[in-house]
Design a binder for this molecule. Sequence first.
Ligand code: SAH
Ligand code: SF4
Ligand code: F3S
Length: 481
Amino acid sequence: MELSQNTDFTDRVIMAAPAEEPERQYYFIDVMKSILAEKAAALGRKLTMHIETFGCQMNEKDSETLAGILGAMGYEESDSEDADLVLYNTCTVRENANTRVYGRIGYLGNRKKLNPDKRIVLCGCMMQENAAVEKIRASYRFVDVIFGTHNIFLLAELLYRREVGGKQVICVWDKAQRIVESLPRINKYGFKAGINIMYGCDNFCTYCIVPYVRGRERSRAAADIVEEARHLAANGVREVMLLGQNVNSYGKKSDDGISFAKLLRMVSEVEGIARVRFMTPHPKDFADELIEEIAVNDKICKHVHLPLQSGSTKLLAAMNRHYTKEQYLELAAKIKERIPGVAVTTDIIIGFPGETEADVDDTIDVVRKAGFMSAYTFIYSKRNGTPAAKMDGQVSEEVAGVRFKRLLEAVGETSAAQAAKLTGESVTVLCEEYKAKEGLMTGRMDNNLLVHFPAKEEMLGSLVRVNLDECKGFYFLGSLV
Ligand code: SAH
Ligand code: SF4
Ligand code: F3S
């Protein structure tokens, strides 16, 4: 989709902009900074921004970059949707994610009537779908700027075009053109951060829209990733999470010989980094070298999120997952055997086209045998444009609902049993959140479980030892050792 022709292309500011990135965007950030400073002076207060992120860690990470760009322009963060600029970073992986966004945009439109200078910005995966953008263009004229997943770095330039054009600016690229490094970033937590190691996905699981909205798989250079980890560590980050849709295929297309296991090692060797996580590996690419690295490297968290999707070999084939029920179970067993204390977690979809009761039995059988510490369970959502949307045997909502309940019960039982085994142990946790009222800290174990314990606020961001006194099903109550 082209940039809508509603801005003045003879605009001198635009014509004087550098062609190179990221220099061009730093130029527009500066231009916007003076425009916003004038607005703020007229209002006699600082301008505020509110960012709402839907979807996965990729979007969370993108939102930190978007916050960085807006922050550099002079916006201050706010919790309120009455902020001067509201940005929704959208997700479209399931239909309900979309529905929620439309409702909220309507609400924002009403708020804008009270503050006509309010800016509403939409971006993210949903904006990569023509139908969604058309709907917004037709029915939500008050939205100011729309862009997609491939050009988030353009935010400052697009906001400037909105300022001079006075009309809705739409700029969505159907393909990634380049990876722009060195953009500003506001790190949400300070002590932990995500690092993209790759973008996009080539797997085309038949139910999934991600390859269509995030484009083909592109890995970042290992040197850039390590440099980012160094920079984060120098700014106080203790834990990093390496992010990608299929992290263990990292480097398969490049010839520098750096596998995902090697990359994990390189990042763990960065001074100041105490913990390394990764999300999401694909069972089909889980090399022994990777299991070995997790086993021997103390800094790598003993947590493997291993999306199952289904326990039925027939459905796995229809989903294009490239493994069988038996292969999955073997892999899970190997991981548990080689990495003592590891927590294996998973994602499961119920109601995929063609699913029978016997397929659900197979899935529940895997849940029992693999001993998941936790599982994210989803009811299949039909995504237009994916192969599964056209498959025979679509399962009714009602039937899927009943099966979903059955699955939830099995997941509840096994994960509670897994967690309960840890009662009485002492573990290292990263202090992530403090509730001043109760005087309670929330710590994350390396297996990703949470424990609440009495502590002081100053401990936020540090690694401490905690006793797991009482298991509450999915979390623990504990005390400092
Ligand atoms: N790349 C990761 C995560 C993809 S999205 C992976 O391969 O697992 C996160 C989860 O959303 C998926 O694991 C899947 O369980 C779920 N999901 C994706 N598409 C879906 C759909 N159409 N309906 C329901 N759940 C879906
Ligand atoms: Fe979607 Fe499959 Fe890619 Fe995961 S691996 S993002 S489920 S296509
Ligand atoms: Fe959603 Fe996009 Fe992530 S569709 S799950 S935000 S890659």
